[in-house]
Design a protein around this ligand. Structure first.
Ligand code: HEM
Length: 137
């Protein structure tokens, strides 16, 4: 079930983002605040919500969900690493942040298609409730 992989990766991002937040507070250096924000919001919140969606709507857990995960995970990592590189003045920072942002919006486009497909037909939803998997056929 792809939803489980979204949920597992999301909580790992949460631990990393919160850990970074605690470190920022301890050393009183907030340079990496935007990294902390994106690890938590793009890494944890967005992936976790997608994971819940795929658990609640199992019929949406097909190849489109796999493509979503394949784009979203490297996207969240590259976006966070790229922002970190950018705010600390690394010459690769902006390029990696751009790559991460394109992967991330690509993932969200795929997720939008998956959500629209799963919510497009009330008849399919009704039948899906009776016979899970129906709407995915
Ligand atoms: C252990 C948990 C957390 C700690 C210790 C923590 C700590 C911090 C610190 C120290 C800052 C910088 C404040 C400043 O610049 O004055 C910050 C900013 C922020 N945090 Fe957290 N945070 C935690 C969890 C979260 C979570 C779960 C989210 C979102 C889901 C989040 C979202 C943000 C955002 C959006 C900012 C603003 C970033 C910016 O201004 O660039 N934080 N946090």
């Amino acid at each position: 079930m792809i939803g489980n992989w979204f949920l597992r990766c999301a909580v790992l991002f949460a631990l990393a983002g919160m850990g970074l937040g605690i470190r920022m507070g301890i050393v009183h250096d907030f340079t990496l605040s935007p990294v902390h924000a994106h690890v938590n919001l793009v890494g944890f919140t967005t992936l976790f919500l997608a994971g819940l969606f795929y658990r609640v709507v199992p019929s949406a857990s097909g190849w489109l969900a796999g493509l979503h995960f394949t784009l979203a995970l490297p996207g969240a990592v590259a976006l966070s690493v790229g922002i970190a590189g950018s705010v600390t003045g690394q010459d690769w920072g902006v390029a990696v942040a751009i790559a991460g942002s394109l992967l991330t919006i690509g993932a969200m486009l795929v997720f939008a298609i998956a959500v629209f497909r799963a919510t497009g037909s009330s008849r399919a939803q009704t039948l899906d409730a009776i016979e899970p998997g129906y709407a995915g056929r």
